[in-house]
Design a protein around this ligand. Structure first.
Ligand SMILES: Nc1ncnc2c1ncn2[C@@H]1O[C@H](COP(=O)(O)OP(=O)(O)OP(=O)(O)O)[C@@H](O)[C@H]1O
Ligand SMILES: [Mg+2]
Length: 355
């Protein structure tokens, strides 16, 4: 019997959490992995979700090896949120067990087949089923079922969850969130261990998604999709839930309005913040797609107006985009860096015209 001891990082904030993601084979095959949490202080919804998914992957990829933990007594918040049970220990509450209340949503795991089945039983589209779940979660989180903040949460959760069902080929969707009303800020983390953006978006023959960085950049652009493109098979189902390549673009723009949007898939993670220079790319290694939305709730005005504006700009970008996308695949990267400032396109186009 072999046992490997691992020291968990000081915090489960974005960067240390990303560093935890690595090929489990690197740690070698053992019967037991002992995780020492003595140093770990700051827990975040995204960090907990990512760490739990990676530890669970470690367990599964080693024939159900045991994961044991030590020095976790100070981590009552994590235990309550379902963190420890999410990777197979018996400590604290199970995912989804804490009822959730105003201001937080514990780690909650939805089985994708259960969502699809329950939609079929009630004769609804799975998009409608997801929308109801997201409204319920948004109401739990902010303590009310209407208003601009509620709409923004329900909308962004719905778009990211829909993507998992529609593109990821994953068994489950994992979600966790915390809302700090006095700071006017919330974090929503959603991940899946599915095929990842690159494998999904590469069905679109008009773009070059040959690596994870390019795939993420393209997926964040308006009207770029692995399902909706010139020559794609017709999509079935209600018009409302047909793919048009707007989900990630719209939610990321909503978050960039005072907050930020982070997405990791495969070997890369991309962080989008407001304004020029608002894009950073990180190395990681996550088999699937993990998203962290940081939402400034005090910046949310009328959601409908904001979405209408982003959608209109999206169509405008799409028109310009078609002119240059085949010439320069890095245009997507540049556009993202500039928070979709439309003048960037004019500069790009004049560059191509003169060269
Ligand atoms: N969780 C995921 N797993 C795998 N691929 C994904 C995931 N989320 C998004 N993608 C890929 O990124 C593309 C862009 O996603 P986005 O949500 O912007 O558009 P869409 O889902 O195609 O259309 P819409 O959101 O307008 O219905 C998707 O078409 C898909 O190829
Ligand atoms: Mg989508």
């Amino acid at each position: 019997m072999t046992r490997l001891a691992i020291n968990a990082p000081d915090s489960l904030e974005l960067l240390p959490a990303l560093q935890l993601c690595s090929d489990p084979r690197r740690l070698g095959q053992h019967d037991e992995y002992f995780i020492n949490f003595s140093r770990t202080r700051t827990l975040t919804p995204f960090g907990m979700l990512l760490a739990a998914a990676e530890l669970d992957r470690l367990r599964r990829s080693n024939n159900g090896a045991q994961i044991s933990v030590g020095n976790y007594g100070h981590m009552g918040y994590g235990a309550h949120m379902g963190f420890f049970q999410a990777f197979g220990t018996s400590i604290g509450k199970a995912p989804g067990e804490a009822l959730g209340s105003k201001n937080y949503l514990p780690i909650t795991i939805f089985r994708t087949d259960a969502l699809i089945r329950s939609a079929a039983i009630s004769g609804r589209e799975v998009g409608d089923e997801i929308e109801s779940e997201c409204k319920r979660m948004a109401e739990t989180l902010i303590g009310q079922g209407e208003g601009d903040v509620f709409d923004a949460f329900a909308y962004s959760m719905r778009e990211i969850m829909r993507n998992v069902i529609e593109h990821a080929r994953a068994d489950s969707v994992h979600i966790c969130s915390q809302y700090w009303p006095t700071k006017g800020r919330a974090e929503v983390a959603i991940l899946d261990c599915g095929i990842g953006l690159r494998d999904s978006i590469k069905s679109n023959p008009h773009i070059d998604a040959s690596d994870d960085r390019k795939a993420i950049h393209y997926a964040l652009m308006p009207a770029v999709s692995g399902k909706a493109f010139k020559g794609a098979p017709a999509q079935r189902g209600a018009r409302q839930w047909k793919n048009s390549g707007f989900g990630l673009y719209m939610t990321s723009r909503l978050c960039r309005n005072g907050g930020n949007f982070f997405i990791a898939s495969g070997e890369k993670g991309v962080l989008l913040t407001a304004g020029t220079g608002g894009k950073r790319v990180f190395d990681t290694s996550f088999s699937g797609t993990a998203i962290r939305m940081t939402i400034r709730t005090d910046q949310i005005a009328n959601l409908k107006d904001a979405l209408t504006k982003y959608r209109e700009e999206g169509f405008e970008i799409q028109k310009k985009y078609q002119e240059i996308v085949s010439i320069d695949p890095s245009s997507a990267s540049l556009m993202l860096s500039h928070d979709f400032n439309l003048s960037t396109w004019d500069r790009l186009r004049s560059r191509f015209k003169t060269s």
